[in-house]
Design a protein around this ligand. Structure first.
Ligand code: ATP
Ligand code: MG
Length: 546
């Protein structure tokens, strides 16, 4: 992992002996949805930083809000973090710290730094002030610590209804930072919690809970996104007044924003619930589950997160940059196969009747050690429609009447004519072949041809369903906000060389000259794979030369 401003801070802290133990970081998702590529950035940063400095990272469910959370998400989060290649030192639930958080609130009350308030949410909103005007003191502000403590006990005991009473920190209603104007730290909520059940009917607010969770776990560096910068003064205040010998420090970094997708859990959830996508693991989504099903690799996602780095300023990363790392990771790992997505028939008119031959085709042009396979070849083939033009465009080197090309791994063929249907569309390309040009035989390449195209043998080809993907979303012209593109998936049936039918769920290939594909883990059956396009072969993004 490359250095960044956070690592500079950590190195300074280590050099100065700020903490008595190795660094501890945490990844603290709220279990209210599946993780996405933005979380991957945070995971790589938190786990990667701990690894780099010989520390550890905890996985913590930030489950202090009982209303929005669900057990389904808990399992998916652990699975996704492990799939990305990381292992936590401790798996924690913030809700396990409720007793300690309650004690900390009592400490504040006893110190005269928090009080029980019966103001309604509306009253609080009306007295909070604005960016330019100070707020108005709560009428409960001078309540004695003894009385507040008693009310807090009664809140815990269930003697108050939701919204009837709360605990506020006593800081400064005139603070220029609105987060410091006596924020609520505890509220009454008669709701059962997925982890603590009905044990509690009071719950801590996020801003109060989070610093305490960090301190309880001995976190040294609490890395969070930029929108929490204004919350840091309260983070520090809460810790300073609840007596921690080595309080953690919060450091903010910029969120990952990606073009052409929909990222926040709330918006992804909407797509799932509306049935616009197949589920949280739809291959078009940038959820970890979606990217896994799409065929992205953890190595590619980690390399991407490393490359985009960590900064203090928000930026928008182009999706093509993520795709670059996927392609880059797969290029030397997967074998290629001949698959024709949009077929047109090619007949070799001088091919011996009934003859079938095997042609050796290399599995990966970059990696000779990956060997070759034998692909059946005969006088009846399919090629891509794109690889033939009746009237060639300028600089078109593939098949057109009178032109000679190499059929990859097989022979030179020359186009001698076409067959058309009644409407005048070409339905078949006619060729002759030169028997002295078989790939791999002496003198096979004695003439130069400019085009090489691939093919499948019509008789032995297998038909496989293939799903190709465009981007999930495009910006709305007026609002600039990304909107779901309902045409982002194309389904077709391709013709493939016979071995493709044996692909196992999760197996990846390069479909020669087209892109990378994976046998879908949900839809594939034994002997009947369904393929997802992972990424095309062409890249519009290149890394900067260093
Ligand atoms: P969302 O808005 O998608 O629900 P969140 O921030 O509410 O995201 P949490 O579960 O609270 O999701 O986040 C867990 C951790 O992941 C937090 O530390 C958060 O800062 C980080 N995180 C979330 N989104 C991004 C992002 N786009 N880039 C970097 N880190 C992120
Ligand atoms: Mg959230």
């Amino acid at each position: 992992m490359e250095g960044n401003f956070i690592h500079d801070i950590i190195e300074k802290d280590i050099a100065e002996g700020k903490y008595s133990h190795n660094i501890i970081t945490r990844f603290p998702p709220e279990p209210n949805g599946y993780l996405h590529i933005g979380h991957a950035k945070s995971i790589c940063l938190n786990f990667g930083t701990a690894l780099k400095y010989g520390g550890v990272c905890n996985l913590r469910y930030d489950d202090t809000n009982p209303v929005k959370e669900d057990d389904e998400f808990v399992g998916s989060i652990e699975n996704d973090v492990r799939w990305l290649g990381f292992e936590w030192a401790n798996l924690n639930y913030a809700s396990d710290y409720f007793e300690k958080m309650y004690e900390c609130a009592c400490t504040l009350i006893k110190k005269g730094l928090a009080y029980a308030s019966d103001m309604t949410q509306e009253e609080m909103r009306a007295t909070r002030g604005t960016l330019t005007e100070p707020g108005v003191n709560d009428r409960n502000r001078d309540r004695s610590p003894e009385e507040s403590l008693k009310i807090f006990e009664d809140m815990r005991a269930g003697k108050y209804a939701d919204g009837e009473m709360c605990i506020r920190a006593k800081i400064d209603m005139a603070s220029p930072n609105i987060n410091m104007r006596d924020p609520v730290i505890y509220r009454v909520l008669h709701v059962s919690h997925q982890h603590t059940g009905d044990k509690w009917c009071i719950y801590p607010m996020y801003d109060f809970a989070h610093p305490l969770e960090d301190a309880i776990e001995g976190i040294t560096h609490s890395l969070c996104t930029l929108e929490f910068e204004d919350h840091r003064p309260f983070y520090d205040w809460a810790l300073a007044n609840t007596d921690w010998p080595e309080p953690p420090q919060q450091i903010e970094f910029a969120k990952l924003n990606l073009t052409n997708t929909i990222m926040s859990k709330r918006n992804i959830k909407k797509l799932v619930e509306e049935g616009q996508v197949e589920g949280w693991d739809d291959p078009r989504l940038c959820t970890i589950a979606g990217m896994r099903r799409r065929g992205y690799t953890p190595e590619a996602i980690r390399a991407f997160c490393d490359a985009i780095g960590v900064a203090k300023a928000n930026s928008l990363i182009d999706m093509s940059q993520l795709e670059y790392f996927v392609r880059d990771d797969l290029k030397n790992k997967v074998e290629s196969r001949f698959v024709i997505s949009r077929p047109i028939k090619l007949t070799i008119t001088n091919w011996p009747e009934g003859k079938t031959e095997l042609c050796a085709v290399e599995n990966n042009a970059n990696v000779p050690e990956m060997g070759s396979r034998e692909v059946p070849f005969s006088g009846q083939l399919y090629i891509e429609q794109d690889d033939f033009m009746e009237v060639p465009a300028k600089k078109y080197f593939r098949l057109y009447p009178g032109n000679e090309v190499r059929l990859k791994g097989a022979y030179f063929v020359t186009c001698t004519g076409v067959v058309k249907d009644e409407a005048g569309n070409v339905t078949e390309v006619l060729c002759t072949y030169d028997p002295d040009t078989k790939s791999g035989t002496p003198g096979a390449d004695s003439r130069k041809v400019k085009g090489t195209i691939h093919w499948v043998d019509a008789q032995t080809a297998v038909r496989v369903p293939v799903r190709e993907y465009g981007y999930l979303a495009y910006p709305n012209e007026e609002t600039g906000k990304n909107e779901f593109d309902p045409n982002s998936r194309t389904e077709l049936t391709a013709y493939a060389e016979p071995s493709v039918a044996q692909a196992k769920a999760g197996e990846r290939f390069q479909f020669f000259r087209s892109g990378y594909y994976i046998a879908d883990s949900v839809l594939s059956k034994e002997g009947a794979p369904v393929f997802n396009q992972i990424v095309g072969l062409k890249s519009s993004w290149k890394p900067e030369q260093k």
